[in-house]
Ligand binder design. Structure first.
Ligand code: NOJ
Ligand code: CA
Length: 699
């Protein structure tokens, strides 16, 4: 349906648009206006409550070109859509894309520069983007600032991490908007201070809750050829101002017309569950660019990984600094005796994967360069093709193939991105030669070229280049330390997962992630796409490895199981050591059973920073799996099983035992089995920092 609006009021020489546009269910109301200075503004209401008060839009370009005022409306177009599309993989097998659209074409009276703003109003929120159409008066330009504002209607509670151009690896703070002071939350202010724009900047997805009980989430969709957006908080006026990740000159983006910006997104509901169920961000991304998707395979994997994080293994082969990759005779170096990715150890992991039905084994530390990785300011750090002398690539690959186990090769770039790009053809040739289905990339450290940031336009283009080249070569990607996702896995379904947040690894070597962390991530980081959180740690206290260690995972064992359901990822790692799983075979059974690709998802109960309970149906069977997690408080839930089909299911409940507690007794669990049907309700108890996982196997 496409029609031209009749309700256009002519006002002097400008056209003023005054009719609000509603979501299909009429709960959301968007208004757009051009004031008498020719400035354009928008505002948003939900069930008559103000969500966004009158807020500015526009840009400052180079040469002080102000694209925020003196505009007139040339054209207004209304449109709507109601369609259903199938996911390649995901939390659900199909998604409804239903919205009303308002598109306003503007031109600046003095300069004749043209801009188009498109609003899409869904039942679950609003998305809008700018378009610089093909035009005579604007061919190529630099964005100095995007002026988009979100004027909030209250001093909401916000769940935030500090603005940082290079990292999202923070714990969350909950505070009123007026109290945001991100200098308190900085992890890295000592070493990467230039990554921090200021103490009143936060990252998106930003989750908020109003005093009236409205849930508001601000993020972006389809971040391509443009820097990531942060929000500068005007703590007095409660206005969030867009701040784009700059380059070393302070410029934000280098563009040519025609160009469309990413969508700015505002998800709104009076139910927290609806925020987690929202598919708005995926709907705002373009359909898959990859036509043949048959080779894209979700996977459950184990890896030579946690062993390094807990200090049992090392990535590096020799304990020596400053090795030149090309010149070193690796055979002559003395191994340090801790190297994890040896032929023998990898075969042991392959055996374990084959025995328990895992799809793949991740191998970190297989290739030379780790002696000299991040922090040494070295550009030529890894070559991505030379294995360490104790890692026989042929032998390991043949062995994996004989056991039908995939290998996931690791490309840690040490953030030396020029080096990676230069070596990419060779690196991918090797992946093709052995027919590996996926790789894990990593960008630890300061970006080379120096002065660029992980979240800037240059790096955003790098991640896209990798996805496109990988798609051409039929390779799936799991990226770490990349920019936080914005739903691009719809367009590039070979982007199976990203880290781009503070994962479980922090529990291995730092003060870790507090028990509430995983109850916030679904409302923040995961709004943009799947996260490689690496759940499944059974050995919770790390003094098991080193009696001196004070580190621990800040959950119970049962909660680690629940994370397989709660933290959605089509590339899900069972992160602990195989030998630890074999110590707890009854609990490990849940990890063996749980799938990673889903037909249906029901968000049963959720509250940011408190709890999340999700049920999902396996894409390939009628089995359901439930994950329930809590913060530092114990809770009881009653779960109605009305999502089940007719018939009986065998329920296995993996529960915190009565004496379980994330700190005092984290590994105390109990398992209960019963036959249930859709009319039943299950009562579950979650300990402090605990969780519960349930498998419901169709009889
Ligand atoms: C950080 C990544 O998040 C982690 O998964 C990886 O093991 C290390 N970097 C080494 O690349
Ligand atoms: Ca990381």
């Amino acid at each position: 349906m496409r029609y031209y609006l009749s309700l256009i009021i002519f006002f002097s020489f400008k056209i003023i648009f005054s009719q609000p546009v509603y979501s299909p269910d009429k709960n959301l109301e968007l208004s757009f206006n051009l004031n008498d200075k020719g400035q354009f503004v928008y505002w948003l209401k939900y069930k008559s409550h103000a969500i966004i008060n009158e807020s500015k839009l526009g840009f400052i370009l180079d040469d002080n070109i102000d694209l925020s005022s003196n505009f007139k409306i040339d054209n207004i177009r209304l449109d709507s859509k109601d369609e259903k599309w199938a996911t390649v993989w995901g939390e659900v097998d199909s998604i409804i894309n239903k919205y009303n659209e308002l598109q306003i074409s503007l031109s600046q009276i003095s300069s004749d520069k043209k801009l188009i703003i498109t609003f899409r109003i869904f039942n679950d929120g609003l998305g809008f983007k700018y378009e610089f159409p093909n035009q005579d008066k604007l061919k190529y330009f630099i964005v100095k600032d995007e002026l988009t504002e979100f004027a909030l209607a209250g001093n909401h509670k916000a769940f935030w991490i500090p603005g940082d151009y290079d990292s999202q690896e923070y714990t969350y703070t909950t505070s009123r908007l007026s109290e945001i002071n991100s200098s308190k939350g900085m992890n890295y202010d000592d070493i990467i201070v230039k990554s921090i724009p200021g103490d009143n900047y936060v990252q998106t997805p930003l989750m908020m809750k109003s005093d009236e009980g409205l849930y508001i989430n601000i993020h972006e969709a389809a971040l391509l050829d443009y820097p990531a957006m942060y929000l500068q908080v005007d703590r007095k006026n409660l206005v969030l101002k867009t701040h784009l990740c700059p380059d070393v000159f302070g410029n934000k983006a280098y563009l040519q017309t025609p160009f469309s910006t990413p969508w700015r997104t505002i998800i709104v509901s009076d139910k927290a569950e609806n925020i987690l169920a929202s598919k708005l961000i995926l709907n705002l991304n373009e359909p898959s660019k990859i036509k043949d998707v048959s080779w894209i395979k979700p996977k459950k994997y184990i890896g030579i990984w946690w062993g390094m994080h807990v200090g049992k293994y090392s990535w590096n082969y020799a304990d020596i600094d400053n090795i030149k990759i090309e010149e070193t005779d690796w055979q002559k170096l003395i191994p340090n005796g801790k190297h994890g990715a040896t032929t023998e150890n990898t075969k042991r992991y392959i055996d374990f994967a084959a025995k328990y039905g895992f799809d793949a084994v991740l191998i970190e530390g297989w290739n030379v360069g780790w002696e000299d990785w991040f922090g040494h300011w070295k550009e030529n750090v890894f070559d991505f093709v030379t294995p360490y002398p104790d890692f026989d690539l042929n032998e390991v690959s043949n062995y994996a193939k004989s056991k039908s186990v995939e290998l996931i090769m690791h490309h840690e770039t040490s953030a030396s991105v020029t080096n990676y790009e230069r070596r990419l053809d060779e690196a991918f040739d090797l992946i093709k030669k052995y027919n590996y289905n996926s790789i894990k990339t990593g960008y630890v450290g300061r970006i080379i070229p120096r002065g660029e940031h992980h979240d800037g336009q240059w790096m955003v283009n790098h991640y896209t280049r990798i996805l496109e080249k990988a798609a051409k070569e039929k390779i799936c990607i799991n990226s770490h330390e990349s920019v936080r996702p914005t739903g691009l896995h719809r367009t590039y379904p070979n982007w199976l997962a990203a880290e781009a947040s503070r994962g479980n690894e922090f529990n291995a070597w730092s003060e870790g992630n507090p028990p509430e962390h995983e109850t916030i991530l679904p409302f923040t980081r995961l709004i943009g796409g799947p996260m490689d959180y690496t759940p499944g740690i059974f050995q919770i206290k790390l003094n098991y490895y080193d009696p001196q260690s004070i580190f621990q995972v800040h959950t119970t064992l049962a909660k680690q199981l629940a994370l397989f359901v709660v933290m959605y990822s089509p590339m899900q790692m069972a992160a602990d050591l195989p030998e630890n799983y074999e110590r707890f075979p009854d609990a490990f059974q849940f990890i063996v059973d749980v799938p990673v690709d889903w037909k249906k998802t029901e968000i049963l109960k959720a509250e940011p920073a408190d709890y999340v309970v999700i049920a999902r149906e396996d894409r390939d069977s009628q089995n359901w799996f439930v994950g329930a997690i809590t913060d530092e408080n114990s809770r009881e839930f009653e779960i109605a099983l009305d999502f089940l089909d007719n018939g009986n299911y065998e329920a296995t409940l993996y529960l915190d035992a009565e004496d379980a507690h994330w700190e005092l007794n984290p590994m105390s669990y109990r398992i209960e089995k019963k036959i249930v049907s859709k009319n039943d309700r299950l009562k579950i108890y979650l300990a402090e920092g605990g969780g519960c996982a349930i498998s419901l196997i169709k009889k």
